[in-house]
Ligand binder design. Structure first.
Ligand SMILES: C[S@@+](CC[C@H](N)C(=O)[O-])C[C@H]1O[C@@H](n2cnc3c(N)ncnc32)[C@H](O)[C@@H]1O
Length: 471
């Protein structure tokens, strides 16, 4: 037995550390160039389709080989000079050195790659609808208060290990660098970040470490209404530190923001629900206008980050829903109910389902504010509500717009069993999208139309709207 195990180990080739020369043929999610080498598939960061590169294999896990570009021998796509001074460090805009029309072609290739990998028809993937604004398009940016490479407190974004060549340390947060100007948010928002950084320095604040429970401040989020220009700032700390927060909130409020919200989250995950959340200066919401709807937006509820492109996304979802005014629509994972309210204009009634209580409260308030009476919202986990039989079944049309993890198998099965005339799937993650589309196919639904929409210029991310019909 021992010798068999030994020979098995000997047979498994170790690739890590090897330098290889490859031609990149495809684009995988996350912006990985795909290449073949001696019968192996290699995912190469920093390489684009058409490139010939030398790359070093840096990871071999569960049959997946990952490599970093060492040298580009010939370029398949022309690189351009990035605008941002932080580009060569920042883990945010990975694609600022690629012409925007090429970025759109790469995003289409990425979605088509996922379809082919899942055995789905990739020919129905349409060209990506690009964003009119490719800079200053974000209505929300999340900044981390962490430690720089030299251990100093810094307020900004994580360094990219691929770009800096620094080794990632397992279980450790990557270094954070001070962002002085981010090209994805407005100058006014950049000024707020600078002001907050100075105030945190003056207060002697230290980054919160969930392992040791030392330090206080974790992150800063700036939200800015694309139409209203109103700003809301959320500061999250790991402990109650009201005295320290006072002068920081005053400095931020002096920048003319609508409100400063303070959240406390001592849990390991930065995304965990906060222990407390309170507006310590001004308002807890800003106003925004999307698709002709007047909205109140809170600090921590979901809102598509590119407001104008979100309008296009909702238009396509509405078109794919094919409503004639008689339908009962179920909008699963509805957030603050914006898409639900857009759908309500052309259907008999819409039921939106959402797990985040604040989002549901915002959705209900937004429906009242816009005098929409055929839209209702339920708070809870989609799967639990389904299992308890509390969802409005059978619906005529179902919309799903889940988080990156996609939809539970049981949810897909329940939708298929309800036999709606159409399902519209809005996804921000092509990998989980195709996994779920295969389940829909097994349940008798086929993807008819696939429309990628770019809400995130300069990043390898993309939204995709899919129309599914019974086959
Ligand atoms: C991608 S957002 C979609 C929001 C909305 N459709 C929009 O465009 O504004 C996904 C939403 O699903 C919610 N969510 C996550 N898991 C959920 C679950 N298990 N049940 C219900 N809602 C969930 C999140 O809180 C988030 O608001």
């Amino acid at each position: 037995m021992a010798s068999r195990t030994f020979s098995k180990h000997r047979r498994k080739k170790r690739w890590v550390g090897q330098e290889v020369e490859v031609s990149v043929s495809d684009m995988a999610p996350g912006g990985w160039g795909v290449a073949a080498y001696k019968g192996q598939r290699l995912y190469v960061t920093g390489a684009l389709p058409g490139d010939r590169v030398t790359a070093r294999v840096v990871r071999q896990e569960r049959g997946r080989l990952e490599a970093c570009v060492e040298q580009i021998l010939s370029e398949g796509l022309k690189r351009v000079a990035p605008r941002c001074e932080h580009f060569f460090v920042c883990g945010g805009c990975l694609w600022q050195h690629i012409d925007y029309p090429d970025q759109l072609r790469l995003k289409k290739a990425m979605v088509a790659f996922c379809f082919r990998e899942a055995g789905l028809d990739a020919t129905c993937v349409a060209d990506v609808i690009g964003s009119e604004a490719i800079y200053f398009y974000r209505n929300k940016m999340d900044f981390t208060f962490g430690r720089s490479g030299t251990g100093q407190p810094a307020l900004g974004l994580f360094e990219s290990a691929e770009k800096t060549g620094r080794r990632k340390k397992r279980g450790k947060m990557p270094p954070v660098f001070d962002v002085t100007q981010c090209w994805l948010q407005s100058d006014a928002a950049n000024r707020v970040v600078a002001k907050a950084r100075n105030a945190l320095r003056d207060a002697g604040s230290q980054p919160f470490d969930p392992e040791t429970r030392s330090g206080t401040v974790r992150s800063l989020v700036v939200r800015e209404g694309a139409f209203s220009g109103q700003m809301l700032v959320q500061v999250t700390t790991g402990s109650d530190c009201a005295e320290e927060m006072g002068p920081v909130a005053d400095a931020i409020a002096a920048e003319g923001v609508e409100g400063v919200v303070w959240s406390v989250n001592a849990r390991r995950s930065k995304n965990a629900a906060p222990r407390s959340q309170v507006a310590i200066r001004g308002a807890a919401q800003i106003c925004e206008e999307i698709s002709g709807l007047k909205l109140g937006v809170s600090a921590s509820t979901f809102l598509q980050v590119n407001t104008r492109q979100a309008e296009k996304l909702y238009e396509i979802a509405l078109d794919f829903a094919g409503l004639d005014g008689t339908e009962r629509v179920l909008d699963l994972y509805c957030g603050t109910g914006i898409l639900s309210m857009v759908l309500a204009r052309e259907s008999r009634e819409v039921t939106g389902v959402e797990i985040h209580p604040q989002a549901v409260a915002d959705a209900k308030q937004n429906a009242v504010r816009n005098r929409i009476e055929n839209c209702h919202f339920l708070c809870g986990d989609v799967l639990e509500l389904l299992d308890k039989g509390e969802l409005d079944f059978p619906p005529d049309v179902v919309i799903v717009n889940p988080p990156r993890a996609g939809v539970f198998r049981r949810v897909v099965e329940a939708i298929c069993e309800a036999k709606p005339k159409r399902v519209v799937y809005v996804s921000c993650n092509p990998e989980t999208l195709v996994r779920d589309l295969v389940l829909f196919q097994q349940g008798g639904f086929q993807a008819d139309r696939v429309q990628p929409v770019d809400l995130f210029p300069h990043t390898p991310h993309c939204e995709v709207v899919v129309q599914l019909r019974p086959c």
